[in-house]
Design a protein around this ligand. Structure first.
Ligand SMILES: [Ca+2]
Length: 360
């Protein structure tokens, strides 16, 4: 995500596993420099890489020779180990600033064009998976500006660097290195299956790919061939992109017709902020319990059946923003583990929906 910024990464909000956008947050900054990343030494001469190739080929029924030939072409990208480290200075989170980066006229306009161009596919995806167009449009807009920023790193180089040269000083080095080793294996499985030359695919510095920035494991588990041409292509095929994002949310329990969040105020005489904040973004409170702890809800929120979470979005020195998040809000955070990300996706999707000439 991926995935965008400073603020959130710094708090480790994006340092998650398995979701496409995770850890790709810094990519847009890099992209702006439009630089082709400098490549360092090749992995052809690294015994650890060749031993890895042998093992992974066996585990995944790949031809060991083919895997070695691919890895031999992979190169260390010196900037990536630095990018994956948590920043030294923790900057203050600022939802208003974060939001302004995504909900802006050019991105909204690109969203309107995307929606109009793919209206039929978006409707088909809603019928097949129960996931509304605005959500798919919001995700693809936040992730890659509708395909404008899909990443400049060769995925093979990025994942090899994070597998064989993961920075040891990272606080969760072993866990993260293992994660990327599995992603590299999945990447080779996917390219072998699709008969794609692995050196040809580009993505984020963390290996997130295509319009929806799927990591290889997400590609393996959630990507779908939505146009039935026997291939899954998340780089060039809008049907596969739209179907795959919808399928991802269905897999993470998106519930049709449930709102993502409600506005919330507080009753200072009842307010138990510590209790309300304790479960973080995980919906844990019944409506009655939520209200008993000092939350004030209105209108349709009072009819809500499922559990709720109090979502806090910091605004730098200004007062925080709060909403009552539902299970659908939580589902969006499974794409990228951040409430700021989820809220940006929702706001962008809704902003695009409002600008659609024929109201969807
Ligand atoms: Ca397809």
């Amino acid at each position: 995500m991926r995935i965008l910024s400073l603020i959130l990464i710094s708090l480790g909000l994006f340092i998650s596993a398995g979701t496409q956008a995770a850890e790709s947050t810094k990519k847009s900054k890099l992209k702006n420099k439009s630089s082709v990343p400098a490549a360092g030494a090749a992995y052809a001469k690294r015994p650890d890489a060749m031993a890895w190739a042998e093992r992974v080929a066996q585990e995944n029924q790949l031809d060991p020779k083919w895997v070695k030939v691919q890895l031999a072409q992979a190169k260390l990208i010196p900037s990536i180990p630095k990018l994956i480290l948590p920043p030294v200075q923790v900057s203050q989170k600022n939802w208003a600033a974060y939001r302004a980066r995504f909900i802006e006229p050019k991105r909204v306009q690109a969203g309107v064009q995307f929606w109009e161009r793919h209206q039929t596919l978006l409707k088909q995806a809603e019928q097949a998976y129960g996931v509304p167009p605005w959500l798919i449009v919001g995700v693809i807009g936040v992730e890659t500006f509708y395909g404008q920023h899909t990443g400049n790193f060769r995925v093979l180089d990025a994942l090899s660097t994070l597998t064989f040269d993961f920075p040891k000083e990272h606080p969760r080095a072993t866990e993260r290195q293992t994660f990327f080793s599995k992603e590299l294996a999945q990447f080779l499985v996917m390219t072998s299956k699709e008969k794609i030359n692995p050196t040809k695919l580009k993505g984020s510095y963390a290996g997130a790919m295509g319009l929806p920035q799927f990591m290889p494991s997400s590609w393996a588990n959630f990507a779908v061939d939505f146009d039935g041409d026997k291939h899954i292509d998340l780089f060039n095929n809008p049907a596969d992109v739209i179907g795959s994002v919808a399928n991802y949310f269905k897999a993470f329990q998106w519930q049709p017709d449930m709102p993502t969040h409600y506005s919330v105020k507080f009753d200072s005489t009842l307010l138990d902020m510590d209790a309300l904040m304790a479960p973080d973004i995980l919906p844990s409170f019944s409506l009655a319990n939520f209200v008993a702890k000092g939350a004030i809800l209105e209108d349709e929120a009072l009819q809500h059946k499922g559990p709720l979470a109090l979502i806090e979005l910091l605004n730098g020195d200004a007062p925080p923003s709060y909403v009552a998040g539902t299970e659908n809000f939580y589902a969006i955070t499974r794409y990228n583990w951040s409430s700021y990300y989820a809220m940006a996706v929702i706001d962008l999707g809704q902003a695009v929906a409002r600008e659609m000439p024929s109201k969807p």
